[in-house]
Design a binder for this molecule. Structure first.
Ligand code: SF4
Ligand code: SF4
Length: 88
């Protein structure tokens, strides 16, 4: 399983400070952070620890299997960000 960030994310990067495997990107030290619309979780690296979901101040992170209906597209949107990154 993986956790997923949804469209209400406000880019405050609180979650990046608690992720033990640094799979939430772009992190503030990455160049893309200044222009990204939101942050994303790499589903191939996430270890399902839930630390990010507990830390997010606006509840913008859900387990992939429990996404609210209006946010289901974000499972693929998170994964696509990392596929795109590998190509560039
Ligand atoms: S669940 Fe854990 S490993 Fe996965 S993104 Fe959140 S903090 Fe990182
Ligand atoms: S803590 Fe929540 S609002 Fe902040 S960057 Fe992470 S997902 Fe977005």
């Amino acid at each position: 399983m993986t956790y997923v960030i949804v469209g209400s994310c406000v880019n405050d990067a609180v979650c990046t400070e608690v992720c033990p495997v640094d799979c939430i990107q772009p992190a503030p030290e990455a160049g893309e952070f200044a222009t990204t619309e939101m942050l994303y979780i790499d589903p191939d690296v996430c270890i399902d620890c839930k630390a990010c979901a507990d830390a997010c101040p606006i509840n913008a992170i859900y387990p992939a299997e429990h996404l609210p209906d209006k946010w289901t597209a974000y499972r693929e949107i998170n994964a696509a960000f990392f596929r795109q990154r590998m190509r560039s």
